[in-house]
Design a binder for this molecule. Sequence first.
Ligand code: PMP
Length: 351
Amino acid sequence: MFSERLERLIPYVPGEQPRDRRYVKLNTNENPYPPSPKVREVLREYSCERFRLYPDPLCGELRRVAARRYSIEPSNVFAGNGSDEVLSFAFFAFFERAMAHANPSYSFYPVYCNFYGIRNVAVPLDDELRISLRALSEAGSVDGVVIANPNSPTGSYIERNDIVAFLSRYPDDRVVILDEAYIGFGGESCVALIRRFPNLLVVQTFSKSSSLAGLRLGLAYGDSKLIGALFRTKDAFNSYPVDDLAQRIGVAAMEDREYEQAICRRIVSTRERTARRLAGVGWTVVPSRANFLFARHPRVAGGEVYRILRERGILVRHFAGCRLSDYVRITIGTDEEMDRFLKEAGREEFC
Ligand code: PMP
């Protein structure tokens, strides 16, 4: 009954979404604050009648509003069912034989490669756990590269000037995908660079800064040729991946940039306070520009830290079997949630 292709699949393992008890949930980089009040307004006013019809397959209004944010054209914008789907389409459209990514980085990248039969060249982080652009550009014969900026799970960030220098040297017939899922937490977006670099595709999501992980909405920005390739891929797979309600909510969230920036500023300030206090009780904390911290206890191994915290009702993410399995990734929650985490993290039997 099953294809050999199916046998060969290596699926992505998402962070737990437990239903057994209430946890302080710091494991999947969700935003602790509610979406914009404008989103609630859309839901209040939405007519159920609209579900009778298929949604706009071009996501016209959403792409117009997204283009306005960066003073580009709607033809430079693509919308998909979460940035996971957008990335998947991009891997299909732009990579054939091989591609390069940092390691560790977002663990879905090798999963797409496995799905499409693309060889993935995994380039180690440098000694400070930063992505090495030099090493990525020397990754040999590949069709392109994907860079998460800020990176996950480390949270480390590459300055825009360094991205520009990298793009200036990178062969212009190979696509560079910048995954800016976490760009709202203190980084500077590179979307404006798509005008200068027609081989640059910038992918963003509504899941983090806009607090809409449950909605499933992601965007890509790039030269209209790249965007056309994503549409071609989408239309060979599903004409309507973004439903009507999601398109409307996406517009409302995109238009309320002030709210988005306000909740992101709060998260950044909680992150900095948490990082200082964790370092103060002896943990090693990687400098982060994302809505999470990658940190290591001075003595207790990552898997054990994860287990002890879980018993105490706090969920963090542990990546077993990777080079950095001494670390855990801790999503930034509200100040109260982080105080609960810090209380446990600084306890005698931990330190
Ligand atoms: N890129 C990175 C680096 C991520 O961490 C995530 C979230 N897991 C995504 C993309 C996908 O986000 P979403 O599909 O929710 O838009």
